[in-house]
Unconditional design. Structure first.
Length: 377
């Protein structure tokens, strides 16, 4: 698996810290404690049994962190993002037999402090064999197919406008094309670097020492410079990467558990990049993305609904109520006739606070979905 020299050095540090626990198996209930700091990633066990594992991630550092479980080629099996200092988050991942890496990312940048995870044996229960969970994954796969076709079409229109120098047309197409991307972003996020090079922000690119590319590079040129000079290579690369994500999504569709994690991840996207206005910092089209993330999360829950209603109908009722409340709060910022969203920079602090509170209220019950799915095999 690829990593930078800096990350390799961090891995060496983490290995020295973890030597004492490297031979320990996971707890009998399949839980693994992860103590993340600004310079270490202490995993309580690296020898795991096949099947669902719950990583209990606690941030003991001063920086916001993330925890990832990677398969070969840095394919993401599961992730938990935006774990603030002093906070804890659970990540439930269904791992078949094989070799993986767990990675803490202090500051949410770079390849992370990594530790090899070895998974052996046959799972006591196989989530992928559950007919209900298979049906949920298949239902979501159909949703992804409906979105990816439109994603390619709209991205192609956007790229064509950029390469033709049609600034106004490109600006109009920018948020519309991104709507389809944002609805299915959990799909893109499992394929290593494809998500950051396609949808990464400028500060993150600089922090990681890579070229600023993708949607937001072109966004900056359109809204800051007011033209499309020098954007042809970035536009071509954007379309190529979007098509690559679409092809990979057909080859490796999300499992039901990844789908459950993704429904929460989409809300985390809103709670961090969108709610602060830093996602679309040049165009201020954040509310388009905001709505798309929510719709994507709703689609994930809809696919899982038969499983959730059987296992925890009260949770489903609460999630429905919280989705409705968030939609009501958000939709007042959209013109009912044109479908246009107001610029995010026009919202007052009070309006942003109401949106933030509605997202937080929904995020709490959504965070329980993965555990319900893992217990439903």
């Amino acid at each position: 698996m690829h990593r930078s020299l800096a990350a390799t050095g961090l891995v060496a540090v983490s290995l020295s810290l973890l030597g004492a626990c490297a031979e320990k198996p996971a707890a009998g209930d399949g839980t693994v404690a992860v103590a993340a700091s600004d310079s270490s990633c202490e995993v309580s066990a690296t020898k795991l049994d096949a099947g669902p594992t719950t990583f209990q991630v606690t941030n003991k550092g001063s920086k916001v962190t993330e925890f990832y479980v990677y398969a070969e080629g840095d394919r993401i099996m599961g992730e938990v993002e935006n774990v603030g200092p002093g906070l804890s988050r659970d990540l439930v991942v269904d791992l078949p037999k094989g070799s993986y890496e767990g990675a803490c990312k202090p500051g949410m940048v770079g390849d992370g402090i990594r530790q090899t995870l070895s998974v052996t044996g046959a799972p006591a229960k196989d989530l992928s064999d559950s007919e209900e969970l298979k049906a949920a994954a298949a239902s979501y796969e159909r949703y992804v197919e409906s979105q990816t076709g439109a994603l390619i079409d709209k991205t192609t229109e956007f790229v064509d406008a950029v390469k033709a120098g049609e600034v106004d047309e490109a600006k109009a197409l920018f948020p519309r094309a991104r709507t389809y991307w944002e609805r299915i972003e959990p799909v893109a996020e499992i394929f290593g670097d494809l998500d950051p090079i396609t949808d990464g922000r400028e500060p993150d690119a600089k922090a990681e020492g890579r070229d600023f590319t993708g949607w937001h590079r072109i966004e900056k040129q359109l809204w800051v410079e007011g033209d499309t000079r020098g954007m042809d290579p970035y536009a071509d690369e954007l379309l190529a990467n979007v098509k690559k994500v679409v092809e990979l999504s057909k080859e490796q569709p999300l499992t039901a558990l990844q789908l459950a994690q993704g429904s929460k991840g989409l809300l985390d996207e809103v709670a961090t990049g969108k709610i602060t206005g830093e996602e679309d910092e040049f165009s201020h089209t954040d509310l388009w993305d905001f709505k798309a993330n929510i719709e994507g999360s709703q689609a994930a829950i809809a696919a899982l609904r038969p499983v959730l209603e059987k296992a925890d109908p009260e949770l489903v009722t609460l999630i429905d109520q919280r989705f409705e409340a968030l939609d009501t709060e958000l939709d007042q910022h959209q013109d009912a006739d044109s479908g246009e969203w107001v610029g995010y920079d026009t919202l007052t602090k009070a309006q942003v606070k109401k949106l933030s509170d509605a997202v937080a209220a929904l995020s709490e019950p959504i965070s329980k979905v993965a555990a319900v799915v893992a217990a439903s095999a």
